[in-house]
Design a protein around this ligand. Sequence first.
Ligand SMILES: [Zn+2]
Length: 434
Amino acid sequence: MAVATQQPKAATRLVAPPKESVVDRFLRYVRIDTQSQEDQTSTPSTKKQWTLANLLADELRQLGASNVRVSEHCVVYASIPSNLPEGTSRVPTIGFLAHVDTSPAVSGENVRPVFHANYRGGDIQLPGDPSQVIKVAQNPLLEGLIGDDIITTDGTTLLGSDDKAGVATIMTLVDLLLSNPDVRHGPISIGFTPDEEIGSGIDKFDVAAFGAEFAYTVDGGELGEISDETWSARLATVTFHGKSTHPGTAKGMMVNSIHALGHFVTLLPGNMLPETTEDRVGFVHPYIGTADVETSTLKVLLRDFELSGLEDKERILRENAAKTERAHPGVTIAIEVKENYKNMKEVLKHHPELTENVFEAARRAGVTPFSKPIRGGTDGSKLTFRGLPCPNIYTGGHNFHAKTEFNSRRGLEKTTETLVHLVQIFAERSTVAH
Ligand SMILES: [Zn+2]
């Protein structure tokens, strides 16, 4: 198969700069409070997420994006048609996704971003709360940011770079592509979602209407960090059945399930807990329960990158339950296991070009790419199993969900550049003669 003559050059130069710099755009979006809230029955969980969603839709229209709309659940959709010459072979529709909400863990009200121009090194004390210090000792990456402009908060709120960095870089991508028609790309879908931080927004995302074959969430951290792997996750609910009687006349009759629960917890392997593991090592995590004489319950998260590792952890729980029953005659223990989500690598391994292309895009942007498995789930992992394979791309952000959250001018600019290269790489690599 010969390469077609219309193949775009590897590094098409952008002619026009964006109408607004990615940094200015970011500084504008982080000031808008979009905090989501746990335990709400509706999506979006908070009304304030509409403010940013509607603003983004307006701005997408102004930039000239197509099919811009906001769904009844506060999901923003838009698209950019292909600008490849006719006769070019088919290029897949690539989607880009970011979430508008910020974590319920730390306030996102009255975010006052602080711009530390030309960072000279050293700890960064945040002006609004002297106890909030971004320390080099805890953030060795700061050494690499000398000369960059660092963006923090004043120390009283989170920054919301998670994920307004994703939103701002995708919006700047749209701006750049629509004002630079010489940059060749296939069809592009854009999506901004609510309630990522509480895990429910993506359930309202319409994969079919989005219309992409593949997508990327732009919701990662350090420049270069690309994730195509997440936990495989299950939830075990362990129920301990005892027998309640009046304690005054309980001798020989009462079977207190609380003692069995305590025994079971002591049997959990100490080297297999969130507080004792990192990197690719999975864990079991008892995190909530109820204690009552008659019936006690314990919920345990099971996490591993390998399905076989999850099976092992489930087996350990069942063995420990049998041991506990033997040690506490009269107690019966039931274990119910539910699947939460699966490692997206199970699907993405069949689409290696998604990871390869973003690695190449990073290199073209002057960023060294590396893989980082996510010790959690992402919206992308859920979408992957709903038929939209979806790795995660860096944003340059650090210290998510904390008052010490920060990003930098270079972080935002290099992420944007990566996205611009990425759409061109898909166009180049698909553009072959018939
Ligand atoms: Zn995020």
